[in-house]
Structure formats: structure tokens, C-alpha cells
Design a protein around this ligand. Structure first.
Ligand SMILES: [Zn+2]
Length: 216
């Protein structure tokens, strides 16, 4: 085995489960769409299945690579699994997407207090977007509940994010753990999915069925 082989079988990767860059084993690679510009230059895609050596969970990555003579570059790298994308983000307004993206960035940087503060900011943004701007955040959330924009369960989730965010911002004794930060992002994610995706999808479904009925 030469050096190249050794490098091919291990590489550092971000593991979402460990939430850190860890050493991983490359279990399998699949190269596709390779095109040659000339004898010395080619480019293509590679799908790489890795195993985290810390928690043993799988990670699947897609890379666009380019090789020129003995040099090679990776132009883009996308993690396919576990998939962290939220389809609802496409429909959410900019003021909500921004704190969500920031919260995620903080989480990956292991800045868990900053993460929960960003989630709280995201809840503020949702209130603003839904027309609640008077009073403090607790009042605004009650406003959303009384308008039935949030049902009791979603109200409780949003209110919990407000409280965790308060702890992150004001308490010097309470420690925000990785799990707190992960849960905060998950609840924030669920609120976005409900408010900006599922509600629209439901409205589209009912109007489509209505139109079909009238067509018969
Ligand atoms: Zn791991």
C-alpha cells in the first residue's frame, strides 16, 4: 500500500451525531460523471460513505472533484445523510431564515448558549411576521395563540424556546447543554415546518380537492 491508499481510507469529517469534526473510515466510494478535458485533466463526482470512528454512525457525502496532473481539488461537498435540510425554509420569510441559519451555525461551532439565543430570536421573528409586535415576547406568543395561529402544543414549544433563550441570555448559573441546543433547533424547525410549509400544503390540498369536486 502506498501513501495514497492510506489517505483514501481515513478522513476527517463533520459528524452531526457527535457535533464535531471526527476521524472517519471511508467504507465505500463511487465515482461517476467523470469527464476528461484532456489526458491530464478530469472532473467528476464522488459519493463517499464514511463511518464515524467515535460513534460509528454512517455519513454520506457527495463531492465534485477536479484533477489536474497530480493535483486534485474538491469544488463542493454536500452531506447527503444525515440530511439537515428543512424544505419549509424555502417558504419562510427572510427574517425567520436568518436566525435559523445563525442558530445552526452556532450549534456546529458548539456555541450552545448563542444557539438557544438565536432560536429565541427566531421566535421573535415569527411573531413579527405574523403581525404580533406589541409587548414582550411572552405577550406576543399569547397573541398568536389567541388568534389560533399557534395551537396549545405549538404555543408550549415556542414558549419553551423563549424560556431556554432567556436562560442562555441572562443566567450565569444554568448551563445550556448540547442536548438543550439540539432540542431548541428541532422545535424551532418544527414551528417553521408547521407555520410556513404544512399550513400552505394543507390549504393547497383542500382547494385542489374542492376544484376536483366542482370539475366532476
Ligand atoms: Zn460521530
Amino acid at each position: 500500500m502506498n501513501d495514497q491508499d492510506t489517505i483514501l481510507h481515513k478522513r476527517p469529517n463533520y459528524c452531526p451525531n457527535c457535533n464535531s469534526v471526527v476521524e472517519t473510515d471511508i467504507v465505500f466510494t463511487y465515482t461517476l460523471n467523470v469527464s476528461y478535458t484532456d489526458e491530464l485533466q478530469n472532473q467528476g463526482q464522488e459519493i463517499i460513505l464514511c463511518k464515524c470512528l467515535n460513534c460509528e454512525r454512517p455519513i454520506l457525502i457527495e463531492e465534485e472533484f477536479i484533477n489536474i496532473e497530480e493535483h486534485s481539488w474538491v469544488n463542493s461537498s454536500t452531506q447527503l445523510y444525515p440530511n439537515a435540510d428543512n424544505v419549509a425554509l424555502k417558504n419562510a420569510p427572510e427574517i425567520v431564515i436568518k436566525p435559523y441559519a445563525e442558530a445552526y451555525k452556532c450549534y456546529r461551532a458548539q456555541a450552545y448558549e448563542a444557539c438557544v439565543i438565536m432560536c429565541r430570536k427566531g421566535i421573535e421573528a415569527i411573531c413579527k411576521d405574523k403581525g404580533e409586535s406589541k409587548g414582550n415576547l411572552a405577550t406576543k406568543l399569547l397573541g398568536l395563540r389567541s388568534k389560533q395561529i399557534l395551537d396549545d402544543t405549538l404555543y408550549n414549544w415556542a414558549n419553551e424556546l423563549r424560556l431556554i433563550g432567556n436562560d442562555g441570555a441572562h443566567s450565569h448559573d444554568l448551563i445550556v447543554t448540547q442536548q438543550d441546543a439540539k432540542d431548541s433547533i428541532d422545535f424551532f424547525d418544527a414551528l417553521i415546518t408547521y407555520l410556513y410549509h404544512l399550513v400552505n400544503q394543507y390549504n393547497q390540498l383542500t382547494s385542489r380537492r374542492q376544484a376536483n369536486k366542482q370539475g366532476v
